[in-house]
Design a protein around this ligand. Structure first.
Ligand code: SF4
Length: 359
């Protein structure tokens, strides 16, 4: 078994020579910058995040300014990063921190954990990078690197793997700067000990080449063991562009404040079992929706597909003119130029693209 603390020292030495230049690492470490960057980095590549992070900091440079921010403006600035609940939670967390009397995210992992959207990894990253406290910050990258170093035979994403990796990282933090070590792990995972798909890790460039169990046994590409995935369900759907009689506006549906794409306006879509009119009637009835359509105006403008959680959806996109505006706060008629300024879920953007490509 490799000697953990000497591995930690080797990695920190490597980091001092090879650390990535990232905007949230510039100048003195600022826990607010770490909070924002970690929210943005969840499920998103560093290269994609950097311009969003820079725009965000120019607009809301500290916790107080973010706590006073307008949610629609924040969502607009977030558009393209996806997973919008992260943006809402970041705003909620900033407001809750300011309400609790903080001008900067707190240092305690337990306190951080209590704020919306702050999971164990994010709390560990803020405490260790922002405040240099000896706390592990274990995400998928760290799991991969450590499971290879120590040849841990547990599936990716499993509680057992996370627990074993967190234990190993905690032991390694003794005697090095937690700020440097946790960032070094992140950089090693991003640049050297990369995922097996599409290639092999660059073991020849790794400070752990001589101590790594997976490298010693030639199992770099097998570890971590594959994730035990929930089965993917396939669905067919209609993307429904319901235009106003003047052809200037589009009917949007306001999603509930829970679950995926919570609180967002979207272009309606519903299950496709076969013929459009039967499916439309079933959907309309499910909402108790009084919506009359000009049946002769129905036309198909293209097809697209999208995925969310464990669903993959193929969508047939149709346009139809409506004869009346449905009642209820969850329905709204928006002009096309207004829609351009809304943050919409990814499927809605895809449906709109079909219409634009047709024109
Ligand atoms: Fe990863 Fe290879 Fe380094 Fe082991 S030696 S930690 S497999 S890059």
């Amino acid at each position: 078994m490799p000697e953990l603390q000497s591995c930690a020292r080797l990695l920190v030495e490597w980091f001092r020579r090879h650390a990535r230049v990232l905007p949230w690492r510039e100048g003195a470490y600022n826990p607010y910058k770490i909070l924002v960057s970690e929210f943005m980095l969840q499920q998103t590549q560093v290269g994609t995040v950097i311009p969003y992070f820079e725009r965000w900091m120019a607009r809301w440079p500290d916790l107080n300014s973010l706590a006073a921010a307008d949610e629609p403006e924040a969502l607009k600035l977030w558009e393209g990063l996806g997973y919008y609940s992260r943006c809402r939670n970041l705003l909620k967390a900033a407001r809750a921190m300011v309400k609790a009397g903080y001008t900067c995210p707190p240092a305690s992992v337990e306190e951080l954990h209590a704020f919306p959207g702050v999971g164990g990894y994010t709390a560990g990253a803020i405490a260790s990078i922002g405040y240099d406290l000896p706390v592990p910050a274990v995400d998928g990258n760290v799991e991969r690197v450590i499971s290879r170093l120590l040849s841990i035979e547990e599936p990716s994403g499993s509680a057992a793997l996370r627990h074993k990796v967190a234990e190993a990282v905690s032991a390694m933090l003794d005697g090095v700067s937690p700020r440097e070590f946790n960032q070094a792990l992140m950089d090693l995972g991003a640049m050297v000990c990369t995922p097996s798909r599409g290639g092999v890790p660059f073991c020849g460039e790794c400070p752990w080449e001589k101590s790594c169990r997976a490298h010693e046994t030639g199992r770099e590409r097998e570890l971590p063991l594959p994730r035990q995935r929930a089965p993917i369900s396939q669905e067919d759907a209609w993307g429904f562009l319901a235009v106003s009689p003047s052809q200037e506006g589009l009917l949007l549906h306001h999603r509930s404040n829970k679950g995926l794409w919570a609180d967002m306006w979207e272009i309606p879509w519903f299950t496709r079992n076969g013929e459009f009119w039967e499916d439309f009637d079933a959907w309309r009835r499910s909402y108790g929706l009084e919506l009359q359509l000009d049946r002769d105006s129905l036309r198909e403008v293209g097809g697209t597909s999208f995925s969310f959680t464990t669903h993959h959806v193929r969508a047939w996109v149709v346009v139809c003119t409506i004869k009346n505006m449905p009642m209820g706060e969850e329905w709204g008629m928006f002009k096309f130029n207004e829609i351009d300024n809304l943050s919409l879920p990814a499927p809605s953007r895809k449906f709109l693209s079909c219409l634009k490509e047709e024109k």
